[in-house]
Write a protein that binds this ligand. Sequence first.
Ligand SMILES: Cc1ncc(COP(=O)(O)OP(=O)(O)O)c(N)n1
Ligand code: TZP
Length: 542
Amino acid sequence: MTKLNAPDYSLYLVTSRELLPPGVDFYDSLRASLKGGVTLVQIREKHADNGELLEIAEKSLKICDEFNVPMLINDNLAVALALPERVGLHIGQEDFPVAKARALLGPKRLLGISVHTVEQAAAARTSGANYAGVGAVYGTLSKANVTEDKVLGPRRTAHVIEALQGFPSVLIGGINQRTAARALFGAAGPEHAPAGIAVISAIVARQDAQEAARELKSMVNAFLSARSSAQKPIASAFGLGASRSQLKVESLVSRSGEFLRALREGSPPLIQTLTSHVSSTLSANVTLALSASPIMSHQDAEADDLGNVTGAVVLNIGTIGEEARRGMRAVGSAANRGGKPVVLDPVGVGASAFRRQAVNEIMDHTQITLLKGNAAELGAIAGLTEVQSRGVDSGSGTLRDARGLVLSLARRERCLVLLTGKTDYLSDGEVVITCSNGHALLGAITGSGCALGVAVATGLAAACLASQGSEVKGAGSSIVKAQPDDLLAGALFGILSMTIASELAAARPEVRGPGTFIAALLDELSLMTPETFAQRAKVALE
Ligand SMILES: Cc1ncc(COP(=O)(O)OP(=O)(O)O)c(N)n1
Ligand SMILES: Cc1ncsc1CCOP(=O)(O)O
């Protein structure tokens, strides 16, 4: 690769006159975006001939120079060569052989190449280009022919970033104020991460380009600074590596007890739950019994407002319809933007293509903090065939390697994974914790699994509250601002609350079956104490 002074790739603006709002001047918008923090500019005017492109580029260069920001030309080698040597070129896979472009441009000009696959990524590293534009991460209307099959999604994008092996890259395609956090954190691997984002419509189509750029810049900066404070190398979802050998079960149980005490004594965090109409009431009551505050809104229209005040959110696809699907996207990205934990409960995901699609869509748009499911659900997400779902219940078959499943899923999805069953398995991709509390009556009432998701979200919200004001270890791989061990303890809080309360409720003399059990369960949850956790927890580190 040609050595240049590496430019700042963090916020890369790609122009497109067609997308300017009515009445907004191209150069005013460019200047405003530079004021807002754009660090690199590409002139991409598909409907300009060479003469007009040259004129636009010359005027734009003067503006970029005022801000000392490098500029590139999209695709047009002749126009790039007609401009001073400080102007670079971005080309696509089909535009021009990149080695030829480098030879003609000489060693000094910045050269970018579009990359869509792992193979192209490997080739790009030694191609003579300086950086790769990786995408399309999401669907976009700003480029022709980006059909669904060409959209990578953050999970496939992560493979491309890994294959680039530290070669500088920017993410492009559908990146905006809603999707940037998920795209960046989702694409970042243990070792390698994108250097920034490239956007067209998220800036150009906005009336106030300066504000649009400022919003995006602060999101990329938050990602980059979290990343640079992370300890490396990192193997787990939350980046702690070898330091986890110190982890003790007793400390986790006692920490989850501290969260319970803090909830009982402090102001209640708001838990926003998008769940099935079957389990809504029980979930709201469980939230209240744990001294948190439930809000059961599915509305995408209020996702941003609620995102500012929630402590955690639960996305449960139990009876998902189109409205809830839109709501989940909006609520998930608002939570990601605010660094709030997101619990995904992929109820019955193996049962239908519709459910699989909904879960994929959520996981592509939202960085999940904890994925919770039974063997059939997690098996379906992992692509296992040994456990089949039956409707939304666990169904038939036996999971051969529960420990391996939670570990690998946590690593792949970069989140905590909770496998529920007679024994619950919890992993952050590095450690596996088992919990064997619980009573069979939990399985005899509807919505107890969904309520467990809500209890876990309450614990995660408490973990975030507990981390406020302190420096977060290994934060580079997680959107959520909480100590990684606290997130495990927060999840454990939810598991212990529900399972221990079920044991105590079932032992009550007035409980004669599922009906009386529900009332007793809520009572026991509201009476739960940290001491009960310590006395009754059957937790082990695998
Ligand atoms: C930064 C960045 N990345 C990718 C592209 C796409 O370039 P290309 O594949 O050549 O497609 P067109 O831009 O020509 O439609 C880009 N322009 N910038
Ligand atoms: C040029 C390009 N290359 C891949 S996606 C894309 C368009 C990006 O535009 P937007 O940021 O509006 O989605």
